[in-house]
Ligand binder design. Structure first.
Ligand code: ADP
Ligand code: MG
Length: 396
């Protein structure tokens, strides 16, 4: 099963592009599921479906065409299915702190539960080989970062904390009851976390395998949006996910615009060049600005055609990891994919959180992970197709 993840800032067009990719892929013969990870679901709206139909479906996949399914997770369903004990315990804990029951139940849906529910499905569908193509319509950038970092965080928690905590609580339970009203979790709580973690096993490998999963960043030609896309680019690279395309949505058509659109069109032209320097050598795909919103099957079909032309939307458009960051033995290292380059041509500089690499007349700007920002570039060399840069010497 191939997995595509459409991510980006709120409102840039992730849902429209994810849905359009689904429509096109199904038409090309792939059994496709588009799954929405955004709690503010709008996938069914993109298909112009009746809301009550979705509500009645309780978050299960629903057919919207030949070989095409959509799924909007229903967090309350997921909680009763997987989170029973965990949710119950957190609610009890919150009630014990004096929070009203209804609110406690609501608050006990802690950040991350939705993402884990989605990861459980991804893993399940991959194991069952349920679809040829799974398209994930992500929540805005911050939440999707959490989504992809969860498998690693959980693995760490299960290895380092979980067993100790479970044992410790086991010892404490009889004593604690005498001293405090705050209930400690029962063993069933731990058992249920353990079951969840087992069901998630392997999902990290799926997401970081470039032959399986590709991230596609959706962006618009605006300064703030491009900035967030750059940052997302770094985050996904940091989490070892492979980005195979950047989709630039809402590009003004070439014919001259009038009025205030004229200046927007001009600024878009400048930002297109900037986008190339940010994301090179990852291919850019452009989608025109439509005169009306994108609703229903026909509009999505048109968008898919505009976006991919005659290419297969499930193809892997780029496989190389464009940048990798590591810190071993105190050395912070960045590895940047720079094919067809000679050392003499490379010019490096670091401005704030940004690393600027110039090769001849090509320029790349890379936003650095937080731990790299206070450091200076110390040594750079070309190894094969990669520029390897060591950072050191905190200059503050
Ligand atoms: N290329 C486009 N031209 C015109 N309207 C668009 C375009 N792409 C998206 N839209 C509209 O913009 C709104 C937000 O798009 P959506 O796909 O829901 O964004 P996101 O999922 O990133 O929040 C929707 O009303 C959609 O129909
Ligand atoms: Mg959306």
């Amino acid at each position: 099963m191939r997995i595509l993840l459409y991510a980006g800032k709120g409102g840039v067009g992730k849902t429209s592009v994810a849905a359009a990719t689904g429509v096109l892929a199904a038409r090309r013969g792939l059994n496709t599921l588009v799954m929405s990870l955004d709690p503010a679901h709008s996938l069914s709206d993109a298909f112009d479906l009746d809301r009550t139909l979705m509500d009645k479906n309780h978050g299960a996949p629903i057919g919207v065409g030949e070989r095409l399914f959509i799924q909007e997770l229903d967090i309350y369903e997921e909680i009763s299915r997987y989170w029973g004990e965990v949710h119950k315990y957190i609610s009890v804990l919150l009630s014990a702190s004096g929070i009203e029951d209804v609110l406690a139940e609501e608050l006990a849906i802690v950040p991350g539960m939705e993402e884990i529910a989605a990861l459980l499905y991804v893993n399940q569908y991959a194991k069952e080989n349920a679809y040829d193509l799974l398209i994930l319509d992500c929540a805005p950038t911050a939440e999707s970062i959490r989504f992809i970092s969860l498998p690693k965080t959980l693995e760490w928690y299960m290895k380092k904390i979980f067993r100790v905590e479970r044992k410790l609580i086991g010892y404490m339970r009889p004593v604690a009851k005498r001293f405090s009203d705050v209930p400690l979790p029962e063993d069933e709580y731990f058992a249920s976390i353990e079951r969840l973690s087992q069901r998630l096993q392997g999902v990290d490998r799926l997401l970081t395998d470039p032959e399986t999963t590709s991230v596609r960043l959706v962006t618009n030609l605006e300064k703030m949006v491009l900035r967030e896309t750059q940052r997302a680019f770094m985050f996904f690279s940091l989490h070892e996910l492979s980005i195979d395309a950047v989709v630039i949505n809402r590009v003004f058509p070439d014919e001259a615009q009038v009025g205030f659109m004229e200046s927007r069109q001009k600024s878009q032209k400048a930002y297109i060049d900037l986008a190339k320097t940010y994301f090179h050598p990852v291919p850019l795909f452009e989608v025109p600005f439509y005169s009306s919103e994108i609703l229903g099957h026909d509009a999505l079909t048109d968008l898919g055609d505009q976006l991919f032309k005659d290419r297969n939307p499930a193809d892997i458009f780029y496989t190389n990891r464009t940048c990798e960051f590591s810190a071993t033995n105190g050395t912070h290292r960045a590895k940047i994919h720079l094919p067809f380059t000679q050392k003499a041509e490379v010019d490096l500089s670091k401005v704030g959180e940004e690393l600027i690499i110039r090769v001849g007349n090509i320029k790349r700007n890379i936003i650095l992970p937080r731990s790299f920002v206070p450091l200076e570039t110390e040594k750079a060399r070309l190894i094969g197709d990669y520029l390897v840069i060591d950072f050191g010497g905190n200059h503050e």
